[in-house]
Design a binder for this molecule. Structure first.
Ligand SMILES: CC(C)(COP(=O)(O)OP(=O)(O)OC[C@H]1O[C@@H](n2cnc3c(N)ncnc32)[C@H](O)[C@@H]1OP(=O)(O)O)[C@@H](O)C(=O)NCCC(=O)NCCS
Length: 138
């Protein structure tokens, strides 16, 4: 019913529109179309999109820094949830990260996103209680 393809620059407007509507996905700095295009160019073929016909119904950003893999912005169009789209997007991205020699990947889940956290937990992603995420604007 759905197909999974690498997320391409031309898919970004539809992906951004999906991410903006998705509860639990935070659009932040680094999410302008130009910055996202740069991210895709740095990490070719790893971010994934799900399509039903010509419509983008799911997307995940994925890449790595040579040491750790990172997944961001996983979202699936509500009416296509619970049929395996999210799982397929994550499995494809993780397989590609493994193929690049990566041995660990990280995600950030918002504190108030319990259903998102459950989705990851059921697939073996661990809470990292020994660390707290920190950041600063550059
Ligand atoms: C989290 C999210 C991406 C999951 O996407 P999804 O496409 O619904 O996920 P899946 O369909 O692969 O899996 C969800 C459930 O669907 C069910 N399911 C999966 N494949 C199925 C199938 N073929 N038939 C019937 N049910 C199925 C399973 O019960 C699965 O539950 P499990 O986690 O116990 O395995 C989606 O809910 C979403 O977009 N949420 C809002 C944004 C968000 O929170 N993103 C995460 C940010 S960290």
């Amino acid at each position: 019913m759905f197909t999974i393809h690498p997320l391409e620059v031309q898919d970004l407007p539809a992906a951004l529109e999906l991410w903006r509507r998705a509860e639990g996905v935070e659009i932040a700095e680094g999410d302008s179309p130009e910055a996202l295009a740069r991210y895709l160019a740095r990490n070719p073929g790893i971010s994934q999109a799900a399509f039903v016909g010509d419509s983008l119904v799911g997307a995940v950003l994925a890449g790595h820094d040579g040491r750790r893999g990172f997944l961001y912005h996983l979202a699936v169009e509500p009416r296509f949830q619970n049929i395996g789209v999210g799982r397929a997007l994550v499995e494809r991205a993780v397989t590609l990260l493994e193929a690049q020699g990566l041995r660990r990947a990280l995600i950030l889940v918002a504190h108030n996103n319990d259903s998102g956290a459950d989705f990851w937990s059921r697939r073996g992603w661990e809470d990292m209680d020994f660390a707290r995420p920190m950041g600063r604007d550059l």
